[in-house]
Design a protein around this ligand. Structure first.
Ligand code: MN
Length: 287
């Protein structure tokens, strides 16, 4: 199943090039009082939600995908976890380009571990991205990544059971300011995390270790790879992250970007694609 959030927080079921407005199914998401539990309540109730979507979809209003504004399919992740330098060819290009490494000695993910992006950096494709005005003409790069969404609480999960904890997959952009500062600053500005166009459940994604994915900017392909080239694959990332962080429903793991990263500027249009998920179009704006 492909599930999206669109317009004014409507819930959509994606079928072909249409979105069926199944918002009445949101009644399975409980209203909560303070303090809120960690995690995203919709993802925490996904199994129930899917059954409810099936029950309400007949006769529900339909929209063309191109006519709606797509938001991040996950509204409230407690954490956005990201994998740095997790493709060998991206390590090679980072070592070769002073505009990426800024004088640091680029090592692989087993040296750095994973890092966190601010949960408030999250937007959907319809929101677009923009470099904060104060950063002037600093270099802002696209990083296309396959994103994994955690479906239930996970702590100290082994790689053998890791995929049982996955609610689905989506396309991620780990927008990055290049420079000397910590990743948690360079990659956490408002709109630095884009997820979309929808969440796809694992049964429709197939083998997450063999997904072609790409990004084009203004019609030119900049990055194209396959998740089979990941250094830490998705089960290993879940094992690694859950060894120290307790993962909650809706937590995001951005799995890393391949070679071909490069700057974007206001007016550019990015189209990111992952096989078996779809495509999302994201505009670069200005602040
Ligand atoms: Mn990245």
């Amino acid at each position: 199943m492909k599930i999206c959030r669109f317009n004014d927080d409507r819930l959509g079921l994606v079928e072909g090039d249409e979105i069926i407005d199944v918002s009445p199914a949101l009644d399975v998401v409980p209203a909560v009082r303070w303090p809120l539990p960690h995690g995203d309540l919709l993802i925490a109730h996904l199994a129930e939600l899917i059954r409810r979507i099936e029950a309400v979809k007949a006769g529900a209003p339909r929209h063309r995908i191109a006519e709606v504004r797509l938001k991040s399919p996950v509204a409230n992740p407690s954490k956005i976890i990201a994998a740095p330098v997790n493709y060998q060819k991206h390590i090679d290009e980072s070592r070769a380009d002073p505009g990426i490494h800024f004088g640091s000695d680029v090592k692989a993910i087993d040296h750095y571990g994973v890092f966190l992006k601010s949960s408030t950096s999250l937007v959907g494709p319809g929101d677009g991205v923009a470099l904060p005005k104060v950063l002037g003409d600093r270099r802002m790069d696209h990083e296309v990544e396959v994103a994994c969404i955690i479906g239930r609480e996970a702590y100290r999960v082994s790689r053998a059971e890791a995929l049982d904890y996955v609610a689905g997959y989506t396309i991620g952009l780990d927008m990055s300011v290049r420079g000397t500062e910590d990743r948690s600053w360079r990659k956490s500005f408002d709109s630095a995390a884009v997820l979309g166009p929808w969440l796809v459940t694992p049964d429709e994604v197939g083998d997450p270790a063999d997904l072609d994915f790409s990004i084009e900017v203004n019609g030119t392909v900049r990055q194209a790879s396959n998740t089979k080239y990941l250094i830490f694959d998705i089960p290993r990332l879940i094992e690694y992250a859950s060894a120290t962080y307790r993962l909650y429903p809706g937590d995001v793991i951005l799995t890393g970007t391949p070679e071909g990263v490069g700057p974007v500027a206001p007016g550019d249009v990015m189209v990111a694609r992952v096989r078996n998920i779809g495509a999302m179009t994201v505009a670069v704006g200005s602040n």
